[in-house]
Ligand binder design. Sequence first.
Ligand code: MN
Length: 195
Amino acid sequence: MFTLIELPYAQDALQPVISRETLAFHHGKHLQTYVDNLNRLIAGTELEDLPLEDIVRRSQGGVFNNAGQILNHEMYFTQFAPAKENNHPVGSIAKAIDETFGSFDNFKSEFEKAGTGLFGSGWVWLSADRDGRLVITQEPNAGNPLTKGLRPLLTMDVWEHAYYLDYQNRRAAHLAALRAIINWQEIERRYVVSC
Ligand code: MN
C-alpha cells in the first residue's frame, strides 16, 4: 500500500517559482490520484509488496504509468528548496557537470532545451550511468531512465499540470525559473549514493 509523500517544505515555500496553488493541485490532487490508482491496480497481485522501483522496472500499461508517475513525482518534489540567488551545484556533481557539459551554464542550456523540445507530456532527466558519467534524456509520459539502467538524479516535469496555472503555455520560462529552487545538496546526495 503506497501513501502520498509529505512535501519537505511548506506549500508556499517555492513561491514565486511554483505557486501554492500549483503545489496544492500537483501534489495533493495529481500525485494522490496516481497513488490511489496504483493501490487499486496492484491489490491482491504479486506486485503488491514490491518496492516502487521494482514495480516500475517490471510493469507495463496502467500499472507502469501510475507507478512511474509516483516515482517521478517523489523524485521531483524532494529535489526542491526555497529559491536562492546564484543557485548552483556543489561537490562531486558540480565537477561531473563541468566535465560532461563543459560548464554549468552549458548544462542548464542543454537541460532546458531538452525539456522545451520534448513533444507532449513527459519528463527530462539528468542521470548517471554505471560509471558515474552524466547523461540527459527525455522520457515521454511516465518514463523513468532507471528502465534503461541509468540512475536518475534530477528531473523536470513538463506535463502541463506542472506549470499551466503559473506560466500557461510558457514552458521554457517555467524551466528557466526552476533553476533557483533546485536543492543541489540533494542532487549531490543522489549522485554520491548512485556512484
Ligand atoms: Mn506532474
